[in-house]
Design a protein around this ligand. Structure first.
Ligand code: AMP
Length: 112
C-alpha cells in the first residue's frame, strides 16, 4: 500500500530532497533526531526488511551507495554517522516503506 514516502517520491507532497538516483530518493526527516537526519528510501515500494527479495539486491546496494555519497557531500563521512532501519512494531517502524535513517552531526549515544 502506498505510504507518505511514495507521495514524496511522486512529488505529491513536499520534502527537502537532498539526493536522487533512478532507484533511490533521499530527503530530510521532518522531525530530526540529530543535526543531520536524512531518510534514504527505495523508489520501489518495499514495506519492511522482511519484504526484501533477491531481486531487490541491487536496490539495497544502491541505498548504501547513496548513504556514502550523501555523507561525503554533507561532510560527515570521516567523523562518522549512524544508519538505522526499524522493522515492524518492536523495531519502532512507523512508515511502512523501507528506509534508512542517516543520522549525523553529533556523537551518537547508546544504541537503545
Ligand atoms: P520509522 O519510525 O523508522 O518508520 O521512521 C519514519 C520517519 O519518517 C520518522 O523519523 C518521521 O519523522 C519521518 N517522516 C514522517 N513523515 C515525513 C515527511 N512527510 N517528511 C519527512 N519525514 C517524515
Amino acid at each position: 500500500m502506498a505510504t507518505i514516502f511514495t507521495k514524496i517520491i511522486n512529488r505529491e507532497i513536499p520534502a527537502t530532497i537532498v539526493y536522487e538516483t533512478d532507484t533511490v530518493l533521499a530527503f530530510k526527516d521532518i522531525a530530526p533526531a540529530a543535526p543531520i537526519h536524512i531518510l534514504v528510501v527505495p523508489k520501489k515500494e518495499i514495506p519492511t526488511i522482511n519484504d526484501i527479495t533477491p531481486e531487490d539486491k541491487n536496490i539495497i546496494g544502491d541505498m548504501y551507495l547513496a548513504i556514502a555519497h550523501i555523507a561525503k557531500e554533507l561532510g560527515i563521512a570521516e567523523q562518522g554517522y549512524r544508519v538505522i532501519t526499524n522493522c515492524n512494531e518492536y523495531g519502532g517502524q512507523e512508515v511502512f516503506h523501507l528506509h534508512f535513517h542517516l543520522l549525523g552531526g553529533k556523537k551518537m549515544g547508546a544504541l537503545v
